[in-house]
Design a protein around this ligand. Structure first.
Ligand code: ADP
Ligand code: MG
Length: 702
């Protein structure tokens, strides 16, 4: 490389876009480490917020240090005894003096400090009280030289930020770098929120909030900074959702408003009347479908609340209006179950139902697709295959999506694109607290089935160890003797599917020979062909099979009111919502029902809490709350698959009230300025586009 070339190297971009590598004291090596954390530019670093802060403001007198306590002290160096050369295991010991008297501080592996520290210097130190050579000493984790009174302490004697570190990049130099960046650049960050909004909600300007989020002078400033940044997270989410929603309501949809003959005929064949909640929800859906806008509605109802029948009425309405309906399920098994249920309800009315999954191969698949494309089939049930593959509908009028939380915004959008803005009904059994539903479903209207069909009794739930097995079997035999049926469920984990399947098979055989020799034990698992599964289910429904051993095939949707016991093997391996769904398979008839959670070995803390939550409550809302606490919002909502932008600081659990405020503001902003073209919305618009990364296609309108 010639010197001439070096001088022609392009100048680093100025300000926030500056690559960290060019920041003084960083250089290529450290820049690589920062890049591992996703930090390339100065701006990236400014938004790299601490994971927490440690309060190192309360000073403990040197004489008050106690073994085991984490404390911050301040003192003047009265003596330094360095470790002998070559003996790295021996600490550097400082003799310190403060108003209370003398104390010592020990620093391991930092012999080089002998060259930095001098007697008479004032230090703030943070660490843990420990015993060293029979004396109480402060084992130092972090320290800071206090040069003069107006020098800002950043490592000790303050609310000290703790960042997520990485191999080769330790807390202290990272914190120093962050301090310099915040000092130099936070002021350059452009405001995103409109001034009037900030004033009304009393939110700090963005640069101030950033400073406060990194190096807050007090808890109050830290809280204010958090509030401001969380609000921004929420407002950007809600703005995006509001824009998506405004677009659907403005779009021309199909008015599906038939006389209702098919719905009437189905309702007359039902052995029971709809509950008041089902009537109300059905009316909301019917009105949406009749309107000339695309319906975009979420139907939320706990397990067993009767969502299927409501969805079926919607399907019939679309078909009577001359359109096709698509029902999407997250798994093949669920799709198969929906086909069974829907065929039973619809085929007597002369409405053909078909299944389209990726398991379907060859000629059969081609033929079914052709029938769908020709419009010969009114109701198509399927998995993601419906979305991902080139399935053509002749006239798609309604899309029903079951178990929404496993489906993303993007997938929903793709399916909608297959029709001319068909109506969309999304169903979920996860009862999400309302405020939280607004985050994931902010672009949907919500209907809630908040009533179970009459005569349901809460399922008695017990946790039992392996040693109770004999007793449990005796109880199962009693139940079968009184005419009831039983589910025994085995966990099936994909990684060990073969082993698990063998365990379930062995269990079925043992139950048949050793426990229920005079009864019929059936085995159901996902590897069976559709026809075989269907046959076993039909026989169980008909009461010909008394005990059904199953892998989680039956998790959702199965409905056999005569079954009164759900025995769950290895209950500790199931997720909480899964357990709740499984329990929902019993307690559907007039008989007292039981859910027995068999666990083996010592349970981990989380498994213990899941099992306990099941024993404590049958309330789906409570269960969902605990589930949310245990798994955290990201996992719970499956935000990774949802296509929603990530939050920088907002916490769905703790900032829920703020979310409501942000939602109201976002709706008002979109109502007034749908494409955010007004000059005062310039900051918001830029931030929105960056967060949603093209998913909003805002650029196309402005
Ligand atoms: P989920 O909401 O979990 O999908 P289902 O639709 O499977 O619930 O309904 C649960 C059970 O309740 C089914 O057996 C269904 O036939 C029955 N059911 C639905 N609505 C009513 C009602 N209004 N009265 C009595 N039973 C009902
Ligand atoms: Mg269901």
């Amino acid at each position: 490389m010639t010197p001439a070339r070096q001088t022609t190297r392009p100048a680093p971009p100025p300000g926030l876009a500056t690559a960290l590598q060019y920041v003084k004291g960083v250089g290529p090596h450290r820049a690589k480490l920062l890049e591992k954390k996703g930090l390339v530019t100065v701006e990236d670093a400014l938004f790299f917020l601490p994971i927490r802060h440690e309060d190192r403001t309360r000073l403990t007198p040197l004489r008050g240090i106690q073994v085991g306590q984490v404390v911050t002290c301040a003192g003047t160096i009265a003596g330094i005894s360095p470790p002998p050369p070559g003996r790295a295991r021996v600490p550097l010991v400082l003799l310190l003096r403060d108003a209370s008297g003398y104390g010592t501080a020990t620093l391991f592996g930092r012999g080089w400090l002998t060259r930095v520290l001098q007697r008479g210097q004032k230090l703030v130190l943070h660490g843990k009280g420990a015993r060293f050579k029979d004396k109480v000493t402060l084992q130092v984790q972090d320290w800071e030289l206090v040069e003069s009174d107006d020098d800002e302490p950043i490592h000790a004697g303050a609310l000290v930020p703790i960042y997520s570190t990485t191999e080769g990049l330790t807390q202290r130099p990272l914190r120093s770098l962050m301090w310099r960046l915040v000092e130099a650049f936070a002021g350059d960050v452009a405001e995103t929120l409109p001034e009037p909004l900030r004033r009304r909600r009393q939110l700090a300007p963005l640069p101030e909030a950033l400073r406060g989020a990194h190096f807050p002078p007090s808890e109050r400033e830290l809280a204010a900074a958090h509030r401001r940044l969380a609000f921004e997270d929420f407002v950007l989410l809600q703005l995006g959702l509001a824009i998506l929603r405004a677009r659907t309501t403005r779009a021309r949809g199909i008015a599906l408003n038939p006389a209702g003959a098919l719905v009437g005929r189905l309702r007359r064949t039902l052995p029971w009347a709809l509950t008041a909640a089902q009537e109300r929800v059905w009316e909301e859906i019917r009105r949406d479908m009749a309107a000339p806008y695309p319906m975009h509605r979420l139907l939320q109802g706990d397990v067993g609340s009767g969502k299927t029948i409501v969805a079926t009425l919607a399907v019939l309405t679309a078909i009577e209006a001359g359109y096709q309906a698509a029902v999407m399920a997250p798994t093949e098994i669920l799709a198969e179950q929906h086909v069974m249920t829907l065929s039973r309800l619809l085929e007597p009315l002369g409405v053909p139902v078909t299944l389209l999954t990726s398991a379907l191969k060859g000629r059969q698949r081609t033929a079914r697709r052709a029938a769908v494309a020709a419009g010969e089939i009114g109701c198509v049930v399927g998995t993601h295959a419906l979305v991902q593959e080139a399935v053509e509908f002749r006239k798609l009028g309604l899309v029903v999506v079951d178990e929404q939380h496993r489906f993303g915004v993007a997938q929903r959008a793709r399916l909608k694109a297959k029709g001319e803005h068909p109506d969309v009904l999304v169903m979920t059994a996860t009862p999400i607290p309302r405020t939280l539903a607004l985050t994931l479903y902010g672009d949907l209207d919500v209907s809630v089935l908040d009533e179970l069909p009459p005569g349901r009794q809460p399922v008695v739930t017990k946790a039992r160890p392996e040693s109770s097995r004999a007793q449990i079997y005796a109880f199962l035999r009693e139940q079968v003797a009184t005419g009831r049926q039983i589910y025994v469920v085995y966990p099936l984990i994909e990684e060990s599917e073969a082993i698990d399947l063998k365990a379930a098979t062995d269990m079925a055989r043992r139950l048949q020979h050793e426990v229920f020799a005079d009864r019929v034990v059936g085995l159901l698992h996902g590897r069976l062909p559709f026809e075989a599964k269907d046959e076993i289910m039909q026989r169980f429904k008909a009461g010909e099979i008394h005990v059904l051993v199953s892998t989680t095939v039956i998790e959702v949707g199965i409905d056999v009111p005569n079954a009164s016991v759900m025995l769950i093997e290895h209950a500790e391996r199931f997720g909480l919502s899964q357990l709740h769904q499984l329990r929902g398979r019993v307690g559907r008839g007039p008989w007292k029902s039981y859910c027995i959670l068999l666990t083996s070995g010592r349970l981990g803390e989380e498994a213990e809490r899941r099992v306990q939550a099941m024993v404590d409550t049958t309330d789906g809302f409570r269960i969902a709350e605990v589930d949310l606490q245990l798994r955290g919002p990201g996992e719970f909502f499956g935000t990774r698959q949802s296509g929603l932008p990530e939050f920088r600081v907002a916490d769905l659990l703790h900032d829920a009230a703020l979310l409501e405020e942000a939602r109201r503001d976002a709706l008002a902003i979109v109502a007034a300025d749908g494409d955010l073209r007004a000059p005062e919305h310039r900051g918001l618009r830029a931030a929105l586009l960056a967060r949603w990364r093209g998913k909003l296609a805002l650029a196309s309108v402005g």
